[in-house]
Design a protein around this ligand. Structure first.
Ligand SMILES: NC(=O)c1ccc[n+]([C@@H]2O[C@H](COP(=O)([O-])OP(=O)(O)OC[C@H]3O[C@@H](n4cnc5c(N)ncnc54)[C@H](OP(=O)(O)O)[C@@H]3O)[C@@H](O)[C@H]2O)c1
Length: 243
């Protein structure tokens, strides 16, 4: 099994990437900041020396650090807000026979009230939180479809999408759009060998618990259980005739 985790160099994404690696999944991590990617590499090496007793650095370049641990973690420096960055990520996976999991985890959102939101911040949040999950999913579909038992797309959402609080417009609106995108993906991909989940995380201080929950969901045996949240909401919306 293999996974692509966007924004996997820090925070919940890093904890999830290490957790998936611990459970035997080969993980490709995408982030922008080399310092964050390096600290994940150090954490992976530490985990490896604890678990496997050895670490081999296979390749080290500015763009791609590949380190062998218990399983593989590949670290990729790309800006998924740009089509060039997304292309770079897709290119990197071209050698893979399939992709088991795409985790759209990277997110940004500058806290500002309506009066102060800048076009630049809003456009960046749309690009990272909505455009990137849409087009990465689209471009990786052929690989996801080839995954044994079905590929899985996990869109990491936030409670803020449905809870309006002062200054959370940029982040909340784009996360709400990510939820809508997840419903659309489920509709459009019906009958294909790809399943979509949207997880609404709450503000956390326990990343280990959160990442373990996400890893459990990704490795869940049943595709129906994996996709339950989106499927239920989609049928509720249909039943209620919402538009
Ligand atoms: N933490 C919480 O309490 C909480 C609550 C609800 C939902 N969530 C959701 O959980 C997910 C992870 O949250 P987090 O708190 O762990 O976030 P975080 O610590 O801010 O990490 C976000 C990651 O996204 C990466 N990223 C941002 N823009 C990128 C770009 N253009 N290209 C590539 N990578 C990019 C960042 O790396 P670079 O800086 O290197 O680009 C960073 O590693 C997010 O989707 C968030 O909305 C979190």
């Amino acid at each position: 099994m293999n996974a692509l985790v966007t924004g996997g160099a820090s925070g919940i994404g890093a904890a999830l990437s290490l957790e998936l690696a611990r459970r035997g999944v080969a993980v490709t991590v995408v982030g922008r900041d080399p310092a964050k990617l390096n600290s994940l590499k150090e954490a992976a090496e530490k985990q490896s020396s604890l678990q496997a007793g050895r670490v081999t650095i296979v390749q080290e370049q500015t763009k791609l650090l590949l380190c062998c641990i218990h399983v593989l973690i590949s670290l990729t420096q790309s800006d998924i807000a740009t089509s060039q960055g997304r292309r770079q990520v897709v290119e990197l996976l071209k050698g893979e026979a399939s992709l088991s999991f795409l985790v759209n985890n990277a997110a940004v959102g500058t806290p500002d009230r309506l009066q102060d939101i800048t076009l630049q911040d809003f456009e960046e949040a749309m690009a990272v939180n909505v455009t990137a999950p849409l087009f990465l999913s689209q471009q990786l579909l052929p690989l996801l479809e080839k995954a044994k038992g079905g590929g899985r797309i996990l869109n990491v959402g936030s409670g803020i999408a449905d809870r309006v609080q002062l200054g959370t417009g940029t982040y909340g609106i784009t996360k709400k759009a990510l939820h809508r995108l997840s419903l659309q993906m489920t509709e459009d991909l019906a009958g294909r060998n790809v399943h979509v989940a949207y997880v609404r995380l709450a503000a956390v201080d326990d990343r280990t618990r959160q990442s373990s929950h996400l890893a459990d969901l990704l490795l869940e045996e049943s595709n129906e259980t994996f996709a339950k949240e989106v499927t239920v909401r989609r049928s509720e919306a249909r039943r209620d005739g919402q538009d």
